[in-house]
Design a binder for this molecule. Structure first.
Ligand SMILES: Nc1nc2c(ncn2[C@@H]2O[C@H](COP(=O)(O)OP(=O)(O)OP(=O)(O)O)[C@@H](O)[C@H]2O)c(=O)[nH]1
Ligand SMILES: [Mg+2]
Length: 495
């Protein structure tokens, strides 16, 4: 666990002995929240390719996938010493259930356990997969599904996510995005958007254009949209492609190219055309690769008849775009896991304080004395102030301000938005020399060391005035965070 997450957990636990029992329990939960592995929630409309992408990310074909509504329960994929499945019921109790053949999560777990499916809160899938080291992945039912509902106590089993991976079809509308991604809820890492099933939108080179158009149509709320072919990524990373599949592909590569290419125009045609591969083997290839993947693999084997399963998988993986998604996840979530976990704990304390404030207000209105409530309120206020005084809070406040400005939620003049992005990448929690030097270079300063302090002081003053001169509240908050960021840079350089 990282330094800031640990620090948050300690602060919460240290405050617990001085408050009433329910508040102490809630503080313990906030500490546990900071200590927990950060979670990424995968969200999107029904059949957009979420579970297929989850399998690719986890490196195992474990989540059920298929045409029609397939995922009916939230499933949390976590790292553990053995593979196992637990069904978590609405009352919090857990029932173990064997994984189905091939290590898949079985469909209809409610029936298998003899419980009402409505009583199931979520599935907890523990896997030995290294890909889950440091990142829990949460698969969800499609946004249009009637199965989506908050879990017990009004909290959904994905509500602790620090970031969302939105898997979108090319037809996604801005109003859907609002609903499915709820960027504000997922904290500073926000939402990483991908165009799912990108092989189905036209020629390979079209996918980039469609993704860019989708990003623009969604109003840049989600930032960049990356095209991804989850199916090829899943097949390539999970060992699903076997020697006999490669054999079938090689037979197709050796057949009349005109006949194979013509058959690939349509799935039915491909399964029934006169080709030197048994129909069930062709149907399996369609399941594993779809037509684009088959064309790609056959093309490779025509050029290099000696290419093995590993070579084919490498080509599929390269064409899938998974590497770009993994890279974005690393930069946006994994590399910032400590900060995000610390922030998640801090958010819980803020929620707790708000609830306590409401309770004390109610007591006051009803004429009830609540000395314990007033005492807890003071403790929680102190704790939150302490947490917010840490540099990690500042770094995340600036990152959030940058995300809000980029999303259009807060309007700023263009030159100030650039300034915000600059500072958001500066590592304000621990601004060492190399980070400050990078900041100076990115700010376009010639004499990096000499000029940065003066620049920081001027920018701090500018943002300060922007924060105070009649700005609307959203803008004032953003400006205040950036002001404090530049002030910290100045302080580091002049201390
Ligand atoms: N051609 C192609 N098909 C894909 C791709 N990804 C998924 N599919 C197929 O699309 C169908 C739906 O995929 P899922 O991964 O189950 O989609 P989902 O979003 O989890 O669907 P629900 O759980 O029902 O909401 C399956 O038949 C997949 O094999 C892809 O990248 N390309
Ligand atoms: Mg699914």
């Amino acid at each position: 666990m990282g330094r800031w997450a640990q620090d948050t957990a300690w602060a919460c636990r240290a405050a617990a002995p001085g408050v009433a029992l329910p508040t102490a329990d809630a503080l313990d939960a906030a500490a546990a929240r900071a200590e927990a592995t950060p979670a990424l929630v995968v969200t999107g409309p029904v059949s957009s390719g979420k579970s297929t992408l989850v399998n690719a990310l986890v490196g195992r074909r474990v989540a059920p996938t298929g045409a029609g509504e397939c995922t009916r329960l939230v499933a949390r994929y976590v790292r553990g010493p053995v593979d196992r499945l637990d069904v978590v019921l609405a009352d919090g109790s857990r029932r173990p259930l064997p994984l189905a053949d091939g290590g898949r999560v079985p469909a209809a777990v409610g029936d298998r356990l003899g419980v009402d499916p409505a009583d199931v809160d979520h599935l907890l899938v523990t896997l030995t997969s290294d890909a889950l080291d440091g990142l829990t992945v949460v698969d969800t039912p499609g946004t249009g599904s009637a199965r989506r509902r908050p879990g017990a106590g009004g909290r959904g089993p994905a509500d602790d996510a620090v970031a969302a991976l939105a898997v979108l079809p090319s037809s996604a509308r801005p109003d859907e995005v609002e609903r499915l991604a709820a960027p504000a809820r997922h904290g500073p890492a926000g939402v990483l958007a991908v165009l799912g099933r990108a092989d189905t939108v036209g020629a390979p080179e079209d996918a980039e254009t469609v993704a860019a158009t989708l990003g623009r149509r969604l109003g840049d709320r989600l930032g960049e949209v990356t095209p991804v072919v989850g199916l090829l990524a899943e097949t390539a990373t999970t060992g699903a492609l076997r020697a006999e599949d490669r054999h079938a592909l090689a037979a197709l590569a050796g057949a009349d190219p005109a006949a194979v290419d013509a058959a690939l125009a349509d799935p039915d045609l491909f399964t029934h055309a006169d080709l030197p591969v048994a129909a069930p083997a062709r149907a399996r290839l369609l399941d594993l690769l779809d037509r684009r993947g088959i064309a790609l693999a056959v093309g490779l084997l025509r050029e290099r008849p000696d290419a093995g399963v590993g070579d084919v998988c490498a080509a599929l993986l390269a064409a899938s775009g998974l590497g770009v998604v993994v890279g974005r996840l690393r930069a946006g979530v994994r590399d910032r896991a400590d900060l995000l976990a610390a922030r998640a704990g801090e958010r819980r304390v803020a929620e707790l304080l708000a609830a306590e404030q409401a309770a004390v207000r109610d007591d006051r209105r009803a004429g009830r004395a609540s000395p314990a409530g007033a005492r807890d309120l003071a403790r929680l206020t102190d704790l939150l102030e302490d947490l917010r005084a840490r540099p990690v809070h500042l770094e995340l406040a600036v990152a959030e301000a940058a995300a809000r400005a980029r999303s259009g939620a807060v309007e700023l003049p263009a030159d100030l938005t650039g300034d915000l992005d600059l500072l958001a990448g500066a590592g304000l929690a621990a601004p060492d020399r190399s980070r400050l030097a990078t900041l100076a270079t990115r700010a376009g300063l010639d004499d990096a060391a000499g000029e940065l302090a003066g620049h920081a002081a001027r920018r701090a003053a500018l943002w300060r005035s922007y924060a105070t001169w009649g700005s609307p509240p959203g803008r004032a908050d953003v400006a205040e965070a950036v002001h404090r960021g530049w002030a910290r840079v100045w302080g580091e350089l002049t201390a």
